[in-house]
Design a protein around this ligand. Structure first.
Ligand code: ADP
Ligand code: MG
Length: 207
């Protein structure tokens, strides 16, 4: 079980982790695109933390939607709308809940993926955050189905996400700015796949 106080703690943990990895994420983005991913995302999650006092004690839907809207308005680039929509859709999936179980968590991640795909029209294999998030969701869903608790399921998801990051090194980008350099993006890991894995690791660190 995760309650709404834990969710607030998780958003803070995400902001702390992204802030710590800001330079590395920016360096990854610099190799294949415009080098703003870490800076943008850190700005967005820090702004989301600043908004938390206004939603503390509220339901998951309110907290996640507020976080998503803050990300959309502060991150910019393509990651802002994509990350923002992911959090907003997760919020819709968890509307009115003040605590959730592992199955709810899986549903929220599924909704987040739906939001990212609605916005960005990418599928697996295009060298995006989805190459970490979709395998992570599959691993997590299978684990929860088999009776694992959330912490164990998330460990399996994180392992799958890391494999997804490795996979992004082997393929060329066909969505987003990195697609402009075509084959030259091969050999580099995707910044968004990396950051979304840090998000999962930050959540895991609070469990
Ligand atoms: P921008 O590309 O506008 O500079 P960022 O650098 O913040 O934005 O984010 C880049 C990341 O966004 C990429 O590494 C990739 O993971 C993700 N991304 C880009 N386009 C898409 C898309 N259409 N669908 C999913 N993720 C995408
Ligand atoms: Mg960029």
């Amino acid at each position: 079980m995760i309650d709404n106080a834990k969710l607030v703690e998780q958003i803070k943990a995400i902001a702390t982790r992204i802030e710590a990895e800001k330079d590395f994420l920016t360096q990854l983005d610099n190799e294949i695109a415009d080098g703003d991913h870490g800076i943008n995302l850190a700005r967005g999650f820090n702004a989301a933390v600043d908004k938390l006092p206004t939603v503390e004690g509220k339901d998951f839907g309110t907290i996640l939607k507020t976080t998503g809207m803050t990300l959309v308005s502060t991150v910019g680039g393509s990651a802002g709308p994509l990350y923002g929509t992911a959090f907003m859709k997760a919020g819709v999936a968890l509307k009115d809940k003040t605590e959730i179980d592992a199955a709810d968590f899986v549903k929220a991640v599924e909704a987040a993926i739906g939001g990212i795909q609605m916005r960005g029209k990418a599928v697996e294999g295009e060298k995006t955050m989805l190459d970490a998030l979709i395998p992570a969701h599959k691993a997590m869903a299978a684990a929860v189905e088999a009776g694992d608790d959330l912490k164990t399921a998330l460990e399996k998801a994180i392992k799958a996400a890391h494999e997804g990051i490795e996979f992004t090194k082997t393929i060329k980008a066909t969505k987003g700015r990195a697609s402009y350099i075509g084959d030259r993006s091969i050999g580099h890991q995707d910044p968004g796949a990396t950051s979304i894995t840090y998000v999962m690791e930050a959540i895991h660190s609070t469990l």
